[in-house]
Design a protein around this ligand. Structure first.
Ligand SMILES: *Cc1c(COP(=O)(O)O)cnc(C)c1O
Length: 497
């Protein structure tokens, strides 16, 4: 069965998977969605015997139907290799009865590596298939983790350039150091005086600028996206939910067909949407628990059916979830509106004009798979400290939002269904916040890399390469700009002025 991709806003013809990956965002400003969610063609029993790479092929071939077997297998082999520090790629850690799906064993130690280590392969393969002559310029807004993972993936990939915008004062010290030390002649990293929403809106505006697109085309460039608005990010993320279920089955932790719940620390709604797609593929998933930090716009949405971004943007210790405009929610809206592009367009117009919208009762009824919880800064820190003291397991600030949300869910519902918690970053990426959660007085005085060594000592986990690399690496990127100058910065980098 061929799966095509159409825009959530409906003004565009359905396109092939490779074409949707190349475009990133649809011309009408909508996001590409599959015309149909396929079904798994193998049983869980069969999948349980497979490696991560084999599972990736079985899942991705269902969505990326215009890639040949040879192409897709080459992309997978290139992506999921020794860049990961474990052969199983995404291990499950059982801690206090929950299963932490560790998605941070890739090159930049956040879950973004799961998709961004394969996106460059998918993108260059797609360019070849579609006879693209232009150089592809990856334009990316980041709340901290996407940026580095995309830079690592695209650095020195022939036929591509990558530009990353991050909120200058909105990322962790380690996240910033990881990005500004990035090597590669085709890379550019820019801090903006603004927050993640400003960065994302700025990037979307550059994408939507038809005049600029024309000028770039003349100069031999075209844009694409490495954000989760690109369907090439979402599809690889579906894989690990299938894999997690299969491995729980293989390990005898669940019976075939047994329902599991999934908790996802959420920002731009990409990761949890991938879990929703996995459920529709046929993975027996019950509840999708959406965990938010103090920027609890999604929690409020699931409570009331009203999405309202008119509120202060709060900087938290889980910066990758500091988002008020959660892009991928648009894909869910489209779905629960019955694939109704007109309805989606209407809601997105309201969001742009008034910063809010309310879904219909009929749409709200279709949200039964989801529930939302939010976690305050104090609760997040307590969760890290409690789990460390009880078990010795050290988790990062984002994962702790999910772990604490799960506690709240259990207390409220009494639901003891076996549960997978998406563990989205290594604690080494947020060392200061993590260590100060465990003992503020003792660790508050130490420097960033002293904390790294101390974390290694208390957790017994070796310092990852990604951190060793940046201890002494020189800063290569110093550009900082105002939000309104993002386009100018892009033009400057590409020499299109
Ligand atoms: C990006 C990110 C998230 C949020 O994921 P979304 O797909 O944007 O919802 C959560 N935790 C970490 C560590 C991240 O990097």
């Amino acid at each position: 069965m061929e799966v095509l991709y159409k825009s959530t806003r409906g003004a565009e013809e359905a396109v092939t998977a490779s074409c949707a990956i190349l475009k990133g965002l649809a011309k009408d400003g909508g996001l590409f969605v599959p015309t149909e969610i396929p079904k798994l063609s193998l049983s869980m029993e069969e999948l349980s015997k497979m490696s991560y790479q084999e599972t990736a092929y079985e899942v991705m071939k269902l969505f990326l139907t215009d890639f040949t077997e040879e192409e897709l297998k080459a992309c997978i082999a290139g992506a999921y290799d020794k860049k990961f520090d474990t052969d199983v790629i995404a291990p499950l850690a059982k801690v206090e009865g929950a299963y932490y799906l560790e998605l941070f064993h890739g090159a930049t130690i956040a879950f973004k590596d799961m998709a961004l280590s394969i996106l460059p392969y998918l993108m260059t393969t797609a360019a070849k298939k579609n006879h693209i002559k232009n150089e592809i310029v990856i334009l990316t807004a980041t709340s901290g983790d996407t940026g580095k993972a995309a830079l690592a993936g695209f650095a020195d990939v022939p036929g591509t350039k990558i530009i990353v915008f991050y909120p200058k004062n909105g990322v962790s010290p380690i996240q910033e150091k990881q990005m500004v030390t990035q090597a590669g002649d085709n890379t550019m990293v820019v801090g903006i005086h603004g927050n993640f929403d400003d960065a994302q809106s700025g990037v979307k505006a550059i994408f939507g600028n038809k005049e600029l697109a024309k000028e770039l085309d003349k100069a031999g460039y075209q844009f694409s996206s490495a954000n989760s608005i690109n369907i090439g990010r979402l599809v690889p993320q579906v894989v690990y939910y299938v894999y997690a279920y299969a491995k729980l089955l293989e390990g005898g932790e669940i019976k075939d067909g047994e329902t599991i719940n999934v908790v996802v620390p959420t920002g731009n709604f990409g990761n949890i949407l991938a879990a929703y797609y996995a459920k529709q593929l046929g993975v027996p998933i019950g509840k999708l628990i959406c965990a938010s930090n103090d920027n609890k716009v999604l929690y409020d949405f699931f409570q009331t059916g009203e999405y309202n971004r008119n509120r202060p943007f709060i900087l938290t210790t889980s910066p990758s979830m500091d988002i008020l405009i959660s892009s991928n929610l648009e894909r869910l809206l489209y779905r629960i509106a019955g694939d109704d592009a007109a309805k989606d367009q209407e809601l997105m117009k309201e969001l742009t004009a008034d910063g809010k919208y309310t879904i219909t009762d009929a749409m709200k009824e279709k949200l039964g798979d989801f529930c939302g919880y939010y976690v305050t800064e104090a609760e997040d820190a307590q969760e890290i400290a409690k789990v460390y003291k009880d078990t010795g397991y050290v988790m990062d600030t984002h994962t702790a939002v999910a772990a604490c949300a799960y506690e709240k869910y259990k207390a409220e519902t009494g639901d003891e269904t076996k549960t997978v918690i998406a563990s989205t970053a290594s604690p080494y990426k947020f060392t200061r916040s993590v260590m100060e959660s465990i003992d503020a007085e003792k660790y508050g005085k130490l420097g960033d890399f002293e904390l790294v060594d101390e974390l290694s000592r208390i957790s017994g986990v070796a310092v990852p390469n990604a951190i060793e690399e940046i201890r002494t690496a020189p800063v290569r990127h110093k550009t900082v700009c105002e939000v309104q100058d993002m386009e100018k910065t892009v033009r400057g980098f590409l020499g299109v002025e």
